[in-house]
Ligand binder design. Sequence first.
Ligand SMILES: Cc1cc2nc3c(=O)[nH]c(=O)nc-3n(C[C@H](O)[C@H](O)[C@H](O)COP(=O)(O)O)c2cc1C
Length: 394
Amino acid sequence: MLRYLTAGESHGEALVGIVEGMPAGVPLTAGMINGHLARRWLGFGRGGRAKFEQDQVHIYSGVRFSKTIASPIALRLENAAYMRDKSGWPEVMALEGDGAGIEPVTLPRPGHADLEGARKYGFDDIRPVIDRASARETAMRVACCTIARVLLKQFGIQVGSHVLRIGKVGWQEDGSWHKQRDALLGSGAEAVNGQADQSQVRILDPELSKACVEHIRETKRSGDSLGGVYEVVVTGVPPGLGSYVHWDRRLTGQLAQAILSIQAQKAVEIGDGIVNTSRPGSNVHDEIYLNNSQDYQRRSNHAGGLEGGMTNGMPIVVRGYMKPIPTLIKPLGTVDMASGESQPTRYERSDVTSVPAASTVAEATVAWVIANAFLEKFGADSLDEMQKRFSDIS
Ligand SMILES: Cc1cc2nc3c(=O)[nH]c(=O)nc-3n(C[C@H](O)[C@H](O)[C@H](O)COP(=O)(O)O)c2cc1C
């Protein structure tokens, strides 16, 4: 179905991506992608890089006159960090030469890929690991996956997200945010983004938003970092995407993988998965009835729109749980890989929390999974053909 590859180092010249498998005739411009790239920089508590990176995608192929032409779509995003005067990155990340005069990084940071990446690939300088394991890579992922999101939009499928909690502050596990969220979902998942993007932490409640900002401020003052929880929602999804017939076709598993593939995401919840474990089944399973048009409906959505690895026509709800950022102002203990001496970590420019940003990346990766499942069921060579299949089948 759909495939994409990304390449690029965080402080190299650019990130590149290739998307393959998009049907012809899907409207696509750089502007459509740039809007979502800008959303990836949202959130109070971001580090210095948010101030100067202006992600503007360049499309090199696969598009003509603002529509896809079925050929692979090649994308490029420059790293402003590399281009900045006196940044030193062109020398540190040089493609040729022997690196003489470049100081190696030898202090692995706990919570990062540093130590195991360097040992695995036999590096005596951790820099290649730092630069590829970095979440800067998610900028190109957002760019590639936004193309999938644009395809879904042609069929009225919308993807949105909002933050539930930063550290300990925010909505608690009782689902008290459902009412506010569901009121917005009536107009489609993008309405959730419309409101969440107004908050400095992408949280729907203004009071909680202020409390989260204060929590981030205090945490920064104490030299620490925070994780949190967010929720991705998808509306307009037809029933029957994914399948129960084989483990790797279960959409539930594919969605979990999509979230956990993002740096620092450590748990995933589908629907009310966690709280459902402590409720009796009669309060969990979503009762079925026929409405006046003889369509199957549900009285609730505790399953998050997924049963048996398939969509059931209710909004998809997936939550992501992010660990605290591992780069701290407060040093952690580590060992110098060159000397073997115990040392404190050195602080580098970093976010205090990136939960709001992660929520937008998760939207993109979820859109990719849903688009792939959608193509499996309704796929064709062109958007016109897909639209015919869609109206025939659904
Ligand atoms: C959007 C986003 C931004 C991030 N920003 C930072 C950051 O500024 N500093 C940092 O130390 N980690 C940051 N991280 C987390 C690290 O990339 C991640 O923890 C690290 O690569 C190790 O991967 P793992 O946590 O999946 O094991 C960010 C993650 C995401 C999703």
